[in-house]
Ligand binder design. Structure first.
Ligand SMILES: Nc1ncnc2c1ncn2[C@@H]1O[C@H](COP(=O)(O)OP(=O)(O)OP(=O)(O)O)[C@@H](O)[C@H]1O
Ligand SMILES: [Mg+2]
Length: 417
């Protein structure tokens, strides 16, 4: 990943009418110090060859790469100049990069590394999450290969040799996206791999005036500790660049998104230096930034659970505890149709809590009553099928795969509410 060496505004690029796109003129090209006549240009995530041709347009977030230098167009349509990777020493924040003494590795560790909890699931226990689990495993597999194995793969398959892919999870609330990340965190912990959790919204609130610095320090840390995982929870703040109001509202978020695009968005970025990114959101893809979405090569739709999924969640809750003997789990799986995983778990937990409280006050033995539990679950308000359909349709349009690994047709019919 590149390191920012100089932030400069050599000139504000010429704006074409009111459009946000700008044309790179010959003077602009030279003013930037670009000596070659062509360079690679990444506009909104797609690569094209840039030359002095006036048809080349750039916009905020566009990246130009030539030789060992890259130019990133920022919000004011001026340019930041970066130099090619200087891999920092392990455990050290590189000097001259964004990290400052204020935002040390220790601080990043303290504030963004979360330890696994006892009841975190393992990757194998996840329900209807085969696709993302497989991609996460392939990241760990990639780093368990020897240099020679990696080279052999590259010799054999060239550019198409399997590279780690970043994961985007999208779906309605309570469907297990954060739950999936908890399983990855557990796997990381067992393999001594760092796992950072970052909520971009809270970066804005907790580090007023410094959110860009801490965000850069997080990336510095991650690049210095690969293999490493960064989990962006509630990632809509990262995948959407709001327009900046007159009073500057939205500017902080745009700056953060720009930091993010700059730090992760390299053409041909070296896969060996990249952390695995996992982002989760329940915002509809049409409201997100297409360029940011495209960066995620593995995009999954995490839907309400199907019958097998619901049964899996119920079995996971009851496991082998004798207190649930005699309960027909299939029946519960039927009556929970239309509920999210979170709703199922919360309602069953709340029933068991009520039962224990009653048992304590009456001194009678608590016994799980399948009929009452079933009624409680059946009476919960089921999700509006139209709302779910909207999520499904958008996922299909934005080319998300169902996380379960099933095809859309089977998935849809099985899931019909
Ligand atoms: N597929 C699942 N398997 C097991 N438990 C689940 C599943 N989905 C949800 N749960 C339960 O519901 C809780 C809440 O789910 P989670 O926080 O992962 O949802 P989410 O998709 O991240 O929601 P949001 O979009 O609102 O952030 C989890 O802690 C877990 O107990
Ligand atoms: Mg969540």
């Amino acid at each position: 990943m590149s390191e920012l060496i100089k932030k400069t505004t050599p000139r504000v690029l010429r704006k074409e009418d009111q459009a946000t796109d700008v044309v790179l003129s010959f003077e602009d090209w030279r003013a930037l110090g670009i000596k070659t006549d062509t360079a690679n240009l990444l506009v909104s995530g797609s690569k094209q060859s840039a030359s002095l041709d006036p048809s080349n347009t750039v916009r905020p977030g566009s990246v130009l790469v030539s030789d060992k230098t890259r130019w990133v167009v920022n919000e004011q349509l001026s340019i930041s100049i970066h130099e090619e990777p200087v891999k920092p020493e392990k455990g050290k924040t590189p000097s001259g990069s964004y990290g400052t003494s204020e935002f040390t590795d220790e601080r990043v560790e303290k504030e963004f590394i979360s330890e696994p909890l006892d009841d975190d699931p393992s990757l194998t226990e996840l329900v209807e999450c085969d696709g993302p689990a497989e991609v996460a495993r392939s990241y760990f597999d990639y780093f368990s290969q020897s240099e020679e194995q990696k080279k052999n793969r590259r010799d054999k398959y060239g550019k198409l040799a399997p590279r780690p892919r970043d994961i985007l999870l999208y779906g309605p609330p309570g469907t297990g996206k954060t739950h999936f990340a908890a399983a990855v965190r557990k796997e990381c912990n067992q393999n001594d791999i760092k796992f950072l959790t970052v909520r971009v919204g809270s970066l804005k609130d907790s580090y007023v005036g410094n959110s860009e610095k801490i965000f850069n320090a997080i990336f510095d840390y991650a690049f210095a500790h690969t293999p490493c995982v960064i989990f962006f929870d509630e990632a809509e703040d990262l995948l959407y660049r709001p327009p900046v109001n007159r009073d500057g509202g939205g500017a902080v978020q745009r700056d953060l998104v720009n930091v993010y695009l700059t730090r992760i968005g390299g053409i041909d970025s070296n896969p060996d230096a990249m952390p695995l990114l996992i982002a989760a959101t329940n915002t509809l893809p049409s409201q997100l930034d297409g360029a940011a979405l495209r960066r995620y090569k593995a995009k999954f739709f995490v839907d309400f659970p199907g019958k097998t999924g619901r049964l899996g969640i119920i079995n996971g809750l009851f496991k082998d505890h004798y207190g649930y003997d005699g309960i027909n789990r299939e029946t519960l799986a039927e009556s929970t149709q239309g509920l999210s995983g979170s709703e199922i778990v919360t309602e069953i937990e709340s029933y068991i809590n009520d039962l224990m409280r009653q048992g304590r006050s009456t001194d009678e033995e608590e016994k799980v009553d399948e009929r009452i539990l079933n009624d409680r679950l059946t009476n919960l308000q089921k999700k509006d099928p139209e709302e779910r359909k909207r999520f499904c349709d958008e996922a299909e349009k934005a080319q998300f795969l169902p996380a379960s690994g099933q095809t859309w047709a089977i998935h849809k019919s099985e899931m019909s509410l």
